[in-house]
Design a protein around this ligand. Sequence first.
Ligand SMILES: Nc1ncnc2c1ncn2[C@@H]1O[C@H](COP(=O)(O)OP(=O)(O)OP(=O)(O)O)[C@@H](O)[C@H]1O
Ligand SMILES: [Mg+2]
Length: 336
Amino acid sequence: MSERHAVRAEGLEKRYGDKRALDGFDLTVREGTVHGLLGPNGAGKTTAVRILSTLIRLDGGRAEVAGLDIARQAREVRARIGLTGQYAAVDEVLTGRQNLEMFGRLFHLGGRRARARAVELLEQFDLTDAADRGVGKYSGGMRRRLDLAASMILAPSVLFLDEPTTGLDPRSRGEVWESVRELVASGTTVLLTTQYLEEADKLASRITVIDRGRAIADDTPDGLKNLVGGDRIEVVVADHAEIPRVVKTVARVCKGEPEVEEEALRVHAPVTDRVPALTEVARTLQDEGVAVEDIGLRRPSLDDVFLRLTGHRTSVQPARNAENEKEKKTKEAVAA
Ligand SMILES: Nc1ncnc2c1ncn2[C@@H]1O[C@H](COP(=O)(O)OP(=O)(O)OP(=O)(O)O)[C@@H](O)[C@H]1O
Ligand SMILES: [Mg+2]
């Protein structure tokens, strides 16, 4: 295998009873990049991350991480990776500094080195000012950054981030993105799972779309966005009778053919010059006295990509509680 692949997985299989969580999953991640693993609830993202980080066993296929076989060299793999699970692993009662020192001890650093590493990481993740506050008082973004810092204790060559920003507000999300960019600039390869096309687009140089345990696309962010036609202008009207006038205006201003969703009273079309086009459409409709309920720019979503790739929308699968336990165990397992 080429040294330049941080992850190379072929035909991964994982079954839970008769449920195929992974069903012939392939993945190649180039070294020194952020690779997005994009998929809806239940697609198999967490299962893939758990297998690649050696936390659970695979039922079929093979994979190498950092050039090491995950089945035969699990210990060595663990020494080269970091993991931030889908559910925060930091302790709310401890301060940020105490959390990092605790993880340092878990990774067998010894007291003095654990303390020194905590100071470095607090600085790197912009948490120095909050270092001695209880994590219970941190914002969601700060908590996630602390989580990232905890998985960076040993400066891993490959870092798995499982939905690092789900549930965060836009500002906290931006902070986490910034930290991820810095990690990659310092040489770490990141495999990031997400349900947001926008997030994969912001961070990743390549994206694998996963559905029902299989990779259904592997492309650059631009490639995926082109598949769905990029950004769109969207107009929702109050009354059915207004639709033809909206279609006419949108068709004139936008570059592509407008699509009409009759039931939702919605008209949308692809745009390139986003804001000028939006302004023009809004002004024209106002001049014509069209009653507009809502107007805006919409970025393509995972759902749009899915519709193009599979012909159906993402279907939400029932949540499972057994998996929602805290992921601290996960980190301890990696540390051990
Ligand atoms: N421990 C388990 N026992 C039984 N079924 C499981 C288990 N773990 C995962 N599954 C099933 O495998 C499938 C893939 O789950 P997985 O957690 O990998 O999805 P995911 O893409 O991470 O979803 P989410 O976005 O909700 O986190 C789901 O149908 C899930 O119900
Ligand atoms: Mg998951």
